[in-house]
Design a protein around this ligand. Structure first.
Ligand code: CAA
Length: 380
């Protein structure tokens, strides 16, 4: 067993850390407040190769492993989870699915530009009445021979307005249940595709979340990903990898809050000494550190499983379940350690606390992760 990172992984981790400090930190509070998408920062992340990290260089990607991707997600999320979710969705839910299951023509047309960060993508599964219950898709895709006609609504779509290409799951044959669902590549310009209002969110406020409407959108048959009826499996397989990205995001949020808290506890004085010298604070830091390290092992193990070609449904669900809980617990304690200062925006921890909550909800709630885990461990 080897717990050390390779030289290349350390280099990438350092590059992400430096980028986060130099280019994400300035303005992060203002972007959160104004709900402003980090357009310039996303462009820069494209230049650095962060938008298509695991994609083969033949298709414009960085050709890195999943562990490197998790390291980058962790570093970016320590500072700005609104920016890191753009990275996660583009890498895991869009580029990965397209590279694994798209055909050559689709890869040439979409993957290269997505992987280089020239354009960004979105993944559209959730609906007003199909969040956790993802098989109950109401959006329809009627087969009209050489094209499909899409009708319906998608909800809470990350990169909703900033994306150029959308992977959309829709029901083609209701009688077949989940086996009648297909996944489509939908261009923003397709007539009948309409972007709904932006959501005003608790956290990750710099990210761009919208509902989407499809009104008789004509999608060419060549834009379907995989065989007829593969859409639900496509979504599930893609989400299993996505959960590694979100688990790493949760880990980063927790680690960011912990680092700020440790620094603050060494500076802030009360009762004649730095507060780190009070056991009430030191023990909080001890708990945070231990839980973050445990979350880190689960996240890296899930990423390693994926890199080894092992099944990672179970490990990614466990990583997301645990890391998101640690993110929530740690950020609440971080605000507590900061006291009154923790409650105001300048100290960052209140934002991290707000950002942590979504990691227990998107890409499968914690309750859904428990379904995946329990089914997996009781199968035989
Ligand atoms: N890989 C391959 N196939 C899978 C799979 C996986 N990981 N998980 C399930 N499947 C297959 C099953 O084998 C089954 O196929 P067969 O009938 O051929 O055996 C089929 O999918 C249906 O599976 P279930 O019977 O288990 O379906 P279910 O209705 O019980 O639901 C679920 C399973 C795990 C609860 C699923 O609905 C789920 O994951 N729900 C949560 C959805 C989710 O994560 N949404 C997040 C939205 S995306 C987002 O948040 C992105 C963002 O913007 C950040």
């Amino acid at each position: 067993m080897d717990f050390s990172l390779s030289e290349e992984q350390i280099m990438i981790q350092e590059a992400a850390r430096e980028f986060a400090q130099n280019e994400l930190l300035p303005g992060v509070i203002e972007r959160d407040e104004a709900q402003r998408f980090p357009t310039e920062q996303v462009k820069r992340m494209g230049d650095l190769g962060f938008m298509g990290m695991m994609v083969d260089p033949e298709y414009g990607g960085s050709g890195l492993d999943t562990v490197s991707y998790a390291l980058v997600m962790e570093e970016l999320s320590k500072v700005d989870a609104s920016a890191s979710v753009v990275v996660s969705v583009n890498n895991s839910l869009v580029c990965w699915g397209l590279e694994a299951y798209g055909n050559e023509q689709q890869k040439q047309k979409y993957l290269k530009r997505l992987a280089m960060g020239e354009i960004i993508g979105a993944f559209c599964l959730s609906e007003p009445e199909a969040g956790s219950d993802a098989t109950s898709q109401k959006t329809t895709a009627l087969d009209k021979g050489d094209h499909y006609i899409l009708n319906g609504t998608k909800n809470w779509i990350t990169n909703g307005n900033s994306a150029s290409v959308y992977i959309v799951m829709a029901q083609t044959d209701k009688d077949k249940g989940h086996k009648g669902i297909n996944a489509f590549l939908v261009d923003k310009e397709m007539p009948g595709f309409e972007i709904g209002p932006k959501e005003n969110k608790l956290g990750i406020r710099g990210s761009d979340t919208h509902s989407l409407n499809f009104n008789d959108v004509k999608v060419p048959k060549e834009n379907r990903i995989g065989e007829d009826g593969f859409g639900f499996k496509f979504a599930m397989k893609t989400l299993a990898g996505g959960r590694i990205g979100i688990a790493a995001q949760a880990l980063g949020i927790a680690a960011g809050a912990y680092e700020l808290s440790k620094k603050y506890a060494k500076e802030r004085k009360a009762f004649g000494t730095e507060i780190v010298n009070h056991q009430a604070i030191a023990f909080k830091l001890a708990d945070m550190h231990t839980q973050i390290e445990a979350a880190r092992f689960l996240v890296y193990k899930a990423a390693w499983d994926k890199d080894q070609g092992n099944n990672y449904d179970l490990s990614s669900a466990m990583a997301k379940l645990y890391a998101s809980q640690v993110a929530m617990d740690t950020t609440i304690e971080a605000v507590q350690i900061h006291g009154g200062n923790g409650f105001v925006k300048d100290y960052h921890v209140e934002r991290l606390m707000r950002d942590a909550k979504i990691t227990q909800i998107y890409e499968g709630t914690s309750e859904i992760q428990k379904i995946v885990i329990s089914r997996s461990i009781t199968r035989d």
